[in-house]
Design a protein around this ligand. Structure first.
Ligand code: 3HC
Length: 286
């Protein structure tokens, strides 16, 4: 099956909602599964809010927004993804949860040629692939935040992934208007393996009292033309997500530079998760 028309997305947080939005805007029939009716409703509001914002900013017309919304449906029953040809899971960055979701999808999705992609940012794709009866059709598809803006998708074949699955996944990402790079199935893939130590270095600089967050961020924005400095970026990514990625990198490579600094852990423990909780290195409107 080459031309995907029916996409499933599991999880409608920051990443899942972005993936669902982009796919619906590119003409796909998208069904989003969340764990509870409340979470599904929150997900619907998130996607709708983002599409409305697109209209306000002149990015899409009202007709295009309405068309995208008509192609989106939300459910709290994974069984409703039975007829999907391609499913991207984007649930919390937790090995047990992701394994359970992928295992369930394998049972639920009826088309034996359907691809199950994981938007994990750090868990070995092969661990998820071997939890299914179709390890040749499980692949990593790592999107970047904000999904509607960032052009990249890292495509991560596990040792078990077939060449045909890689080709179909790259084609599919292209249909979403994304460019792909192929990345190795090791913690952090390409981008996070380089990005996370840089972000953690900025946290250590704050922790040691070496510089203020504003100065660090301005330094990288004005000195290196980054669109946002490392601490603002951590707030965007979510400090809990960044901590989870750092832990995976540390577990894999045992390099001290990947170890989450105490300040990051304490901020996560305090619920200072960044934009999504209203407070991280900076304060945000609720
Ligand atoms: N949805 C849709 N569009 C959005 C958006 C969103 N959530 N946020 C911003 N945009 C669009 C705006 O509409 C605007 O488009 P325009 O220029 O055509 O009008 C454009 O992006 C710029 O937005 P703003 O003017 O509001 O704000 P900024 O210029 O400050 O840009 C930013 C915001 C796009 C987030 C930019 O600062 C940026 O690219 N930052 C770096 C983000 C980054 O590095 N992401 C990767 C994180 S790593 C990751 O995701 C991996 C994971 O595993 C951790």
């Amino acid at each position: 099956m080459d031309s995907v028309t029916r996409l499933g997305v599991v999880g409608c947080g920051l990443m899942g909602s972005g993936i669902a939005e982009v796919a619906a805007r590119h003409g796909l029939d998208v069904r989003v599964a969340e764990a509870t009716p409340e979470a599904a409703e929150t997900g619907r509001r998130r996607v709708t809010g983002s599409l409305d914002r697109g209209v306000r900013r002149g990015k899409l017309s009202e007709e295009e927004r309405d068309g995208a919304l008509a192609r989106l449906s939300f459910t709290h029953d994974l069984g409703d993804l039975a007829d999907r040809q391609f499913v991207v899971e984007a649930v919390a960055e937790n090995r047990d949860i992701k394994t359970e979701v992928v295992r369930s999808l394998d049972k639920v999705v009826e088309d034996p040629s359907a691809i199950l992609a994981t938007n994990t940012s750090s868990i070995p794709v092969v661990d998820l692939a071997v939890a299914t009866g179709r390890p040749g059709q499980v692949i990593g598809m790592h999107f970047f935040n904000p999904v509607p803006v960032q052009r990249l998708v890292e495509v991560i074949p596990a040792l078990t992934t077939s060449a045909d699955t890689v080709r179909r996944t790259r084609d599919f990402a292209g249909r979403l208007g994304k460019q792909t790079v192929q990345a190795p199935d090791r913690a952090g893939f390409v981008v996070n393996a380089l990005l996370i130590p840089y972000l953690l270095g900025a946290v250590r600089m704050v922790e040691s009292g070496g510089a203020r967050p504003e100065d660090i961020d301005q330094g990288m924005e004005l000195g290196c033309a980054h669109p946002m400095g490392p601490l603002r970026l951590l707030d965007l990514i979510g400090l809990d997500t960044a901590q989870a990625i750092a832990e995976s990198l540390y577990e894999e490579f045992k390099e001290p530079l990947y170890g989450p600094p105490a300040l990051l852990r304490r901020m996560v423990a305090a619920g200072h998760l960044g934009r999504k909780s209203g407070r991280g290195f900076y304060a945000y409107d609720a």
